[in-house]
Design a protein around this ligand. Structure first.
Ligand SMILES: [Mg+2]
Length: 573
């Protein structure tokens, strides 16, 4: 049914005010339980996705925490001792309450920095010691540091968690040991002419962890105790079956080698719901040794893996990519060409904000799903510490009340001492509910660099990829509005009194009455405007010689753009 302009304006007006109604009576309902939900940064229509790609480590295979971290931590300490570090460091045990993802390690001063999206320092820790504000200013002018790769190392991966804690342990050990003297950029051994820059401590620990992962015993330990280190779930084969039923293609894209991948995937699919099917049967395309993020730029040579021996076949594979076969390396360019995928057809699910998400989105335009296992704990605090959030709101109201009747003419200066102390205490208590270094996403009311990366590069995110199980393949993930300060603090004007608990029908009736009155006003205004436009036209006709094609912009009369939907979808509407 086509509306004329008057009817359309009327209908749009009602819809707008219905929004006010729903906003005041409880906003959009979310029907899936919190731990099953997928959260949205940019709208995404699952129906449009033809290829579902998955990373393996920490995405399909969720490692048990803190078991795996504790093992990696222990092996790295053994490696450091074999490199000449004091054997006393073997007293350290992994503490999962310390490390959060996304911390910056300043290799110059040996500090961990929790920063906001722009590099402003929110928290600074040296070893286990939290620096006070004036100490931070002494080392970092304006409490600011630039993300310079020569100096700053970002601990982005979940595999970095034990590395973060070990760095803190070792820096703390040397900075407080009687045998060493602390300087701004390293530690000096008192007895010898020995200086250890924090930069070299960081390099040693980096190498120790690389060794543990690549050549050390961690893989062997994991593979011989799969139950201890890896979670498995009946829903995984079911989710893949459902994807296939909806004609979706599934691919695996992992940095792990074939031997390790095969054993982990075998374990994950060794569940009743897989009915004895080998894991490779669930994937259309399998790529190991992908070397992400390199895969998303120049990549490496694509080769086929001999699944009987695990060895790579000689020569570059030039296609086609066949189901059930395993390939090693390659690049995104070659891979997507061989499987016939366009950027926006692919939803890639991974846990590494840089290697999986940022690069695939920025360089290839893939749609992205970031797995954040920590989200479960973050949401638990968000829900359970409601009293603290309410307390902070009350304190904010009290702060507003103190200034309520004051303007620029006043000489009264309200005493904020108690209120400021209470606000700081409440924010501190909120931060500490998450852990020693607070939340992954925020410090007080300020968001972290990590949170900003998630918002920028992950179209959707959730605590596990299995949450896709709870959404139909026609689902449209729609992002909530990102409100600026002026939008979140100023309420929309409501056209009717929402304090009286009216039914939706009654509300509509009242709205219609109000809308009619509004419409009469609008009609009068429109008549005036038409009159004005006529006069303008007359003036133009009188000046036919003008060389200007359009003398002013015209308001679009149809929908030409819609940032909330996929662009091709908006065009088809
Ligand atoms: Mg991973």
């Amino acid at each position: 049914m086509a509306y004329n302009q008057r009817e359309y304006a009327y209908k749009a007006g009602i819809e707008m005010d219905l929004n006010n109604y729903t906003a005041s009576h409880g906003a959009k309902k979310f029907y899936r339980e919190v731990n099953h939900r997928v959260f949205v940064n940019r709208s995404l229509h699952l129906e449009k996705i033809k290829f579902f790609g998955f990373d393996m480590d920490y995405t399909l295979a969720e490692y048990k925490s803190p078991e795996l971290e504790s093992a990696a931590f222990k092996f790295a300490i053994e490696r450091l001792i074999s490199m000449g570090y004091p054997s006393a460091i073997s007293d350290f045990e992994y503490d999962s309450k310390f490390a959060i993802r996304g911390l910056w390690f300043d290799t110059l001063h040996g500090n961990f920095l929790k920063v906001d999206p722009y590099g402003n320092i929110l928290v600074c820790v040296h070893g286990f010691e939290f620096l006070k504000t004036h100490e931070i200013y002494d080392l970092y002018p304006n409490k600011f540091v630039q993300l310079n790769e020569q100096r700053i190392y970002v601990l982005n991966s979940l595999f970095n968690q034990p590395e973060t804690y070990l760095l803190a342990c070792i820096v703390d050990y040397f900075s407080n040991s009687k045998e060493f003297t602390k300087t701004p950029d390293g530690v000096k051994k008192n007895a010898d002419d020995l200086f250890m820059p924090y930069r070299s401590i960081h390099t040693d620990i980096r190498h120790a962890f690389d060794w543990v992962h690549d050549q050390g015993s961690l893989k062997k330990e994991t593979l011989s105790n799969l139950d201890k280190y890896i979670m498995k779930d009946e829903r995984l084969p079911l989710l893949f079956d459902r994807m296939r039923e909806h004609n979706k293609k599934i691919f695996l894209l992992t940095n792990s080698d074939y031997q390790y991948t095969d054993k982990i995937m075998d374990y994950l699919f060794d569940v009743k719901s897989a009915n004895g099917r080998k894991w490779t049967k669930y994937f259309d395309y399998i790529v190991v040794d992908a070397r992400k993020p390199l895969f998303f730029s120049e990549g490496t040579i694509l080769r086929q893996v001999d699944t009987k021996t695990g060895a790579l076949k000689i020569g570059a594979h030039v296609g086609p990519i066949e189901p059930g076969r395993v390939y090693s390396g390659g690049s995104c360019d070659v891979f997507t060409q061989l499987i016939g995928a366009k950027g926006r057809d692919v939803l890639y699910v991974g846990d590494h904000i840089f290697g999986d998400i940022l690069k695939s989105k920025k360089k290839r335009g893939w749609r992205t799903f970031l797995v954040i296992p920590e989200l479960q704990r973050e949401l638990e605090v968000w829900e359970n510490k409601n009293d603290l959030f309410v307390k902070l709101q009350v304190l904010d109201i009290q702060l507003g009340d103190l200034y309520k009747d004051l303007d620029s003419s006043t000489n009264i200066k309200p005493d904020l001492t108690q209120l400021r102390t209470d606000i700081r205490k409440t924010i501190h208590e909120m931060d500490m509910s998450y852990g020693i270094l607070g939340s992954l996403f925020r410090c007080g009311s300020r968001q972290t660099h990590f949170a900003n990366q998630v918002t920028r590069f992950a179209d959707i995110y959730g605590s596990t990829c299995l949450n896709l199980f709870y959404y139909p393949f026609c689902y449209m993930f729609r992002a909530p509005a990102m409100l600026m300060s002026h939008e979140s603090t100023v309420e929309h004007t409501s056209l009717f009194d929402i304090s009286t608990n009216v039914s939706l029908n009654e509300a509509l009736k009242r709205l219609q009455a109000k809308q009619l009155a509004k419409l009469n006003d609008a009609q009068k205004q429109a008549t005036d405007e038409i009159k004005k436009a006529d006069e303008e036209q007359k003036r133009k006709v009188e000046r036919k010689d003008s060389q200007v094609p359009h003398s002013k912009p015209a308001q679009p009369t149809e929908i030409t753009h819609d940032a909330d939907f996929d662009s091709d979808e908006a065009d088809s509407n």
